[in-house]
Design a protein around this ligand. Structure first.
Ligand SMILES: [Zn+2]
Length: 140
């Protein structure tokens, strides 16, 4: 397979939205993430998009890709609450996203049930555009 990766593009603009093993998210990915989230993915956090950092759900160093399926936005404070090794070290948990529903969950360091923080999904069906995701779909 080498260095190849599936290229995901916006169907309207052909802007790449999946960068495979690129280390950092592109400006276009940041814009799409902002359009999906607006605020930090942490449950109840209302830090606005302009103050958020891009987080790889599966660590880049662990092979995680810089693609929308693997990225969320977190404020600096909550980005520090993540442990990429997922071993509970430092009392830090980690985040996951359900690829089917787009639900983002935080898994506490001490174990126990994951807490659903929000649902972010974008349209991927052929011919559909990336805009108009359900921004704050309530999971309750
Ligand atoms: Zn936050």
């Amino acid at each position: 397979m080498g260095d190849s990766f599936p290229l995901q593009v916006d169907s309207a603009t052909a802007v790449p939205l999946s960068l495979g093993r690129a280390r950092f998210a592109s400006i276009e990915q940041g814009i799409v993430l902002l359009a999906m989230q607006w605020v930090c993915a942490w449950h109840g956090c209302t830090k606005p998009g302009i103050e958020l950092e891009v987080h790889h759900l599966r660590s880049y160093l662990d092979g995680g890709e810089t693609s929308l399926d693997n990225l969320i936005l977190l404020c600096r404070e909550h980005h520090r609450c993540n442990n990429d090794r997922r071993d509970g070290a430092g009392g830090k948990g980690y985040f996951t996203k359900d690829s089917r529903t787009g639900a983002v969950r935080h898994h506490p360091a001490r174990g126990g049930p994951a807490r659903e923080t929000a649902t972010y999904h974008y349209r991927r069906a052929p011919g559909q555009r990336v805009h108009d995701p359900p921004l704050f779909e309530d999971s309750a």
